[in-house]
Design a protein around this ligand. Structure first.
Ligand SMILES: Nc1ncnc2c1ncn2[C@@H]1O[C@H](COP(=O)(O)OP(=O)(O)O)[C@@H](O)[C@H]1O
Ligand SMILES: [Mg+2]
Length: 401
């Protein structure tokens, strides 16, 4: 069947759509990307999303309206994608729409008395189903949170299906607003998959760029600005001392840690030391790959080494593959620093495109698969990744007329 995945991540840069042909069932599920499409959010919509996601006060009316407006925009993006790919909507069996996260608190905290964990993705799936005529699954994260999990990350289920290999250990890295890894030891079962957020991806750099350009640019294409700057070692040391990087996985983070107030502090640091904007940008850009490399050496390599000794005895191990995806995989400075930091560790950095799903389509692709699993009534969270008490059936189905 054909399934369309729709995604917008923490960057809130826009909507990604991926059309996927899927057959079978795990472990022999086959999925092929037929094409993808991207559409940016209109500037005022992006601003509203960022305001909410950064915890600014809002009115219930704004939240409700934004939920429906995003549903309309996702529906339009779905129809545009199908038009571009010349596939009539009636041939598409299902849409899986992640929606836009505006709040995420995976770990319970006291609220009006008892501890509560919660997560909110908006972009009303009923609107998508109505406007496309295609059954739509949305709200994937809540079931996992209800079962005591963090509700994230969910993509590791798909990474495992796509990338598990009997002899090659693989690490799927996604550099979105936040950067995260899925660690799949050679020959691993689903219970041995480790997944966690390594820290900020593009979120901090995006915030700095839009500040320094007074909103004229929303990100540093090709690292053009950061490349003109110099690394500020004192700042980098301070940034890397953040408690999050030292915390043992599984762990997740978001705008709550690395959002507006984090970049405000960074800008204030720069003002006090009269640092040049391009130097701050270079330092913030390098924080992303350095945190990934640090997490790799601290938490990932020990696990993979243990697994590899078991799997292949004394024979020389094939290189570990680090499969890069997400918008940050296009950033040449991030790429170069990743490769430099992992040189000599037996790791080869490859683009997700080389393994079948291009960088920009990877997460939308994943939500097509998660919707397919949901539709067939199969659980699709990995409790080893989310911390849920048990596997869960994810998502809610909206049926069109
Ligand atoms: N050519 C590029 N050069 C540098 N950065 C890029 C490039 N393309 C995308 N990005 C970065 O990737 C971000 C979007 O990545 P994406 O994977 O969509 O993240 P999310 O899942 O959080 O929405 C942009 O905000 C930008 O920072
Ligand atoms: Mg995006």
């Amino acid at each position: 069947v054909l399934v369309l995945g729709l995604m917008s991540g923490t960057s809130a840069d826009g909507m990604d759509a991926a059309l996927v042909r899927i057959t079978g069932a795990p472990p022999r599920l086959r999925a092929q990307l037929l094409g993808s499409h991207q559409a940016p959010f209109p500037a005022p919509v992006r601003a509203a999303i960022l305001r909410l996601a950064n915890g600014a006060p809002t009115r219930t009316a704004e939240l409700s309206n934004l939920n429906f407006l995003l549903g309309q925009l996702f529906a339009r993006t779905a129809l545009e994608a199908l038009k571009k790919l010349r596939v009539p909507p009636r041939r598409v069996a299902l849409i899986g729409s992640h929606g836009q996260t505006v709040f995420h608190q995976g770990a319970p905290a006291r609220f009006l008395g008892p501890p509560v964990a919660s997560t909110l993705q908006i972009g009303e799936p009923a609107v998508i189903a109505e406007r496309t005529g295609i059954p739509t699954v949305g709200d994937f994260r809540v079931a996992d949170v209800a079962a005591g999990g963090q509700g994230a990350p969910l993509v590791p289920f798909v990474d495992y299906l796509l990338y598990r290999h009997p002899r090659i250990a693989r690490v799927a890295l996604n550099i979105g607003g936040i950067a995260n890894v899925t660690v799949i030891p050679a020959g691993a079962g689903p219970g041995q998959v480790l997944a966690f957020d390594t820290g900020p991806g593009n979120m901090v750099v995006d915030a700095l760029v839009s500040r320094f350009t007074r909103g004229r640019q929303s990100f540093d294409r090709g690292a053009r600005l950061a490349r003109r700057g110099r690394l500020l070692p004192a700042l980098l040391d301070e940034l890397l001392a953040h408690a999050y990087f030292h915390k043992r996985p599984p762990k997740t983070c978001g705008r709550e840690q690395f959002g507006a107030s984090y970049s405000e502090r960074l800008i204030a640091w720069g003002r006090r030391r009269r640092a040049r904007p391009e130097d701050l940008l270079r330092t913030a850009t390098l924080l992303t790959p350095l945190a990934v490399v640090d997490a790799f050496h601290r938490f990932v390599a020990p696990r993979l080494r243990a697994g590899r000794r078991r799997a292949i005895g004394a024979r020389p191990a094939p290189p570990i593959q680090l499969i890069a995806a997400g918008g940050g995989a296009h950033n040449p400075l991030i790429r170069a620093q990743l490769e430099a930091g992992l040189r000599g560790s037996g790791v080869e950095v490859v683009s997700s495109g080389a393994l079948g799903v291009p960088e920009d389509a990877k997460e939308a692709f994943a939500f097509a698969l998660l919707a397919y699993e949901s539709f067939h009534g199969r659980p699709a969270n990995l409790p080893s990744a989310t911390g849920a008490q048990h596997p869960c059936l994810l998502g809610k189905l909206c049926r069109p007329r």
